[in-house]
Design a protein around this ligand. Structure first.
Ligand SMILES: [Zn+2]
Ligand SMILES: [Zn+2]
Length: 90
């Protein structure tokens, strides 16, 4: 009984950890290693300076059509724009 109980405890803590990491999603850049609330390092202006912003109500229309779900950054900070950190052809 004691062994079974401790195993159940370990399993549930693993499940909780998985849920916590799955919830980490940045609605500004779409990455899952941070949240917009923690501050997004991919929101950079044309000088390469990180800009602290809150997710916008509207979605960006400069992101590639393949980006889903749509992201909530303002178009002037779009990481996919030619001067942005996600642009493929640097
Ligand atoms: Zn981000
Ligand atoms: Zn965008």
């Amino acid at each position: 009984m004691v062994i079974r109980d401790s195993r159940a405890a370990i399993t549930s803590s693993k499940v909780l950890a998985r849920i916590a990491s799955a919830r980490r999603y940045c609605s500004l850049c779409g990455k899952t290693n941070h949240t917009a609330a923690q501050g997004c390092r991919n929101m950079k202006d044309n000088a390469g300076q990180i800009v602290e912003i809150q997710p916008a109500q509207s979605t960006c229309n400069l992101c590639p059509a393949t980006v889903s779900p749509r992201l909530n950054h303002p178009p002037y900070l779009c990481p996919f724009r030619p001067t942005g950190p996600f642009h493929a052809n640097k």
